[in-house]
Ligand binder design. Structure first.
Ligand code: ADP
Ligand code: MG
Length: 158
């Protein structure tokens, strides 16, 4: 894989701070943006996604709905899809879900466990790796691949 266009690291000191970071990102997302989230169970991926959904003006009830689907569609300020690749075995299985049809379309796409199927990422995307750095602290390491993801990352942490 080629080197990232831009990288930034930000520290979150609490779940609320991670949520707020998500809100800010959600305010900036545009159709076609792809954000991949990486981190072990409990790293804070879902906290970040819930913030993103709020920032993208997705009704709270949609995000809360329990389902076992791989891809969750949200109706916000823009269409948003939230995927979780945790239970996906390989690229062929992902293909069968229709997930790949979302790429480059009208929707912004957020993907938890992108490291399970790295080939799921388009050529240009923002990758965020979350790592615990204390009981309530997390390090968010963001890597932008391509000009639009770099612009998104710059605006996010400005
Ligand atoms: N700074 C932080 N950011 C996000 N979550 C945190 C933070 N500090 C502690 N936590 C806790 O870690 C857990 C993260 O859970 P979740 O967002 O579901 O993670 P994941 O989706 O990565 O498995 C929650 O229990 C949350 O309260
Ligand atoms: Mg999660």
């Amino acid at each position: 894989m080629s080197a990232p266009t831009l990288t930034r690291t930000v520290r979150s000191e609490s779940p609320e701070e991670t949520h707020r970071l998500g809100v800010r990102l959600g305010e900036l997302l545009q159709p076609g943006d792809f954000v991949g989230l990486i981190g072990d169970l409990g790293a804070g991926k879902t906290h970040l996604v819930r913030g993103v959904a709020q920032g993208a003006q997705v009704p709270r009830s949609e995000v809360a709905s329990p389902t076992f689907a791989i891809v969750y569609p949200y109706n916000g300020r823009i269409p948003l899809h939230h995927a979780d690749l945790y239970r996906i075995a390989d690229y062929d299985e992902l293909y069968a879900t229709g997930f790949l049809d979302l790429l480059g379309g009208e929707s912004a796409v957020l993907v938890e466990w992108l490291d399970r199927i790295p080939e799921a990422a388009p050529r240009e995307y923002l990758r965020i790796t979350l790592r615990p750095s204390g009981e309530d602290a997390r390090e968010l390491h963001a890597e932008a691949f391509g000009p639009r993801p770099a612009e998104l990352l710059t605006a996010w942490l400005a």
